[in-house]
Design a protein around this ligand. Structure first.
Ligand code: ARG
Length: 588
């Protein structure tokens, strides 16, 4: 059964058609003043040479007797306001209550790869990785729920210059990287201690930088000892990362790394060469991606301004012969096309990498690896500190996922204690609830903003049980669960749904809006539409529960109907939250 908006859009579209106008004008949407409204008459007026009100009246007259419409009204310059009848609302609520998907449609399945998180060996994760993990996980769940075949890939950064820096530092510290001692000494803590020192030393010390470059090249060329130590560093990091991601409710189908694309590079370079796409540029090898005439003004180091092609060419092989970030991304496309035949590849990565992806995507299309429209960069803004700059920890360093989760869990415990929640729980249950509250707070705060917007990290606000927060939504779920438990204890059973009271109408309209919110989140790859929906739904439930008693209702049929509405609401809330990557506890 389609949602009411779809059903009504079809009916109003047919009325526009019967009036000799474009049926597409019949699109309706939720309204503040009625149940739904259609603005098509205003759009139609120009072309039809008639006043919009006259068109609206004509269309409205043709809607008389249409199933589901109780009343039409023309407002203002020609808005068509529609009120849905109680029977249609009841039928829709019943369909949602009976449906395991709570009223959500499925799409024609596609093969979709989602590239997200993108953590690196040794380099600590920053807010970009955190946001990518949260948004990517939600987009993955959303696409899968809509019916697509989805692979989430962590695209592990395990192949760049940082590996050379680490190897050279380990050689210095342990004499060589071949001993068992060095292998067993490697922990994430050690790597995270060594890497920042090595990175800053490389900036000041050209000979050290050179050593690290050579080590990187030697590793990439397949030196057995370097490969062996590289594998240890990679495995140690991956094991820790998997644990940290699990704590955040983030998991991947593939843990392919940049290194996995490396074997494809030589052949790809030959292929680009054969296709005449590779050009020599001051000793480096590049692929030009700007169309003729696509230019921008560029400031040179000496201060002069020149007109240069835009986007910049994609650097394939640097002057000293190494493969670059863009090279692995291009080779990864070759690999993904070969192994997965994707219809769509989504890259959930910080907005600041937009130019990089534009270059890579254009190069991939030029080389005919995959059409440009099958590649999409899903960019996002930053999570900022109160200073307006990307969030750092109190010590000023970049954020570590573990620290953030720990900090949130700590705050969740305090909040629960302050609210007297869980005083009678076992320690295990209390910890489980604190963990769920922590994750819900962090994720909902992120996902309730449009992904392109930057927002300020404010754990106190995220963790509040009031307002548009994750903990509030968990509380809403738990409250319904407790009503359902009481109903079971009192042997009250759900019955057929009827809709009469205004709060029942409003709750049903909110339930009906799920499909539209899912479609918007899916089409725009933007989970905030769904976040907005679950919040609105929980508020409508709250108003319903205030105005429409359930267990204390005397009339059996009304009580059974309201209980069924409560069950349907919980099901949809839990599905919606799960698609945001959020799980609710049984009680709190
Ligand atoms: N590892 C990269 C970074 O830390 C992010 C990877 C994003 N994905 C990609 N295919 N380039 O910035």
């Amino acid at each position: 059964m389609p949602d009411l908006a779809t059903h009504l859009s079809r009916a109003v579209g047919e009325a526009f058609g019967a009036a000799g106008l474009d049926p597409a004008l019949g699109q309706v949407r939720a309204s503040e003043v009625a149940d739904f409204q259609c603005n098509g008459a205003m759009q139609a007026a120009k072309g039809a040479g008639k006043p919009p009100r006259a068109i609206a009246e004509d269309v409205a007259a043709r809607l008389a007797g249409v199933a589901g419409i109780a009343n039409t009204e023309i407002a203002g310059p020609g808005f068509i306001n529609l009120t849905v009848d109680g029977a249609a609302l009841a039928a829709r609520a019943q369909a949602i209550a009976n449906d395991a998907r709570a009223g959500a449609e499925v799409v024609t399945p596609r093969r979709v790869i989602i590239d997200y998180a993108g953590p690196n060996v040794a380099k600590a994760m920053h807010v970009g990785h955190l946001r990518s993990s949260i948004i990517g996980e939600s987009v993955k769940r959303l696409f899968r729920f809509r019916g697509d075949m989805v692979w989430g890939d962590a695209h592990f950064g395990d192949w760049g210059f940082q590996m050379g820096l680490l190897i050279v530092s380990l050689e210095e510290r342990f004499g060589s990287v071949e001993s068992e001692a060095v292998k067993s000494a490697i922990t994430l803590d050690l790597l995270e201690e060594i890497y920042p020192q090595a990175a800053s030393r490389a900036k000041e010390d050209p000979s050290f930088r050179d050593l690290a470059r050579k080590a990187t090249a030697k590793l990439q060329a397949g030196d057995p000892a370097y490969r062996a130590i590289w594998r240890v560093m990679r495995d140690v990091t991956m094991a820790t990362l998997k644990r940290e991601f699990a704590a955040l409710g983030v998991s991947f189908d593939l843990w392919l790394g940049e290194s996995d694309a490396d074997p494809l590079i030589p052949e790809m370079v030959v292929d680009l060469e054969t296709k005449g796409l590779l050009e020599e540029d001051q000793g480096a090898r590049i692929v030009r991606v700007a169309a003729p005439g696509e230019t921008k003004k560029k400031k040179l180091d000496d201060g002069s301004v020149v007109v240069a092609e835009s986007p910049d060419p994609l650097l394939i092989i640097s002057r000293d012969g190494s493969a670059m970030y863009g090279t692995t991304d291009l080779a990864t496309i070759v690999q993904r096309v070969r192994d997965f035949h994707p219809d769509l590849v989504l890259y959930v990565v910080d907005q600041r990498q937009a130019d990089h992806f534009e270059q890579v995507f254009r190069a991939a299309a030029k080389a005919k690896y995959i059409p440009r429209e099958k590649l999409e960069h899903i960019g996002f803004g930053t999570m900022n500190g109160v200073d307006g700059k990307p969030f750092k920890t109190r010590a000023g360093g970049v954020l570590k996922l573990n620290d953030l989760i720990g900090q949130a869990r700590e705050k969740a415990r305090t909040r629960l204690q302050e609210a007297d929640i869980g005083t009678n729980f076992s320690p295990e249950e209390f910890e489980d609830v604190a963990e769920k509250v922590a994750v819900a707070a962090i994720k909902f705060a992120d996902l309730s903003n449009f992904r392109g917007t930057s927002y300020v990290f404010d754990l106190d606000r995220f963790m509040s049980f009031e307002g548009k927060t994750g903990p509030y939504l968990l509380y809403a779920c738990v409250r319904i669960k407790s009503i359902l438990r009481k109903a079971a204890d009192q042997r009250v059973a759900a019955g057929p749904i009827t809709i009469a009271a205004p709060a029942e109408r409003a709750l049903t309209l909110a339930l009906d809006a799920f499909e539209g919110a899912l479609a918007a989140s899916y089409d725009r790859r933007a989970p905030h539409f769904l976040a907005e929906h679950v919040y609105a739904l929980s508020q409508k439930f709250s108003a319903f529960y205030d105005q429409c008693p359930i267990l204390s209702e005397k009339d059996d049929a009304v009580r059974g109907s309201r209980l069924a509405l409560a069950q349907a609401t919980l099901k949809q809330l839990e599905i919606g939250l799960d698609l945001l990557g959020i799980a609710a506890p049984e009680r709190m």
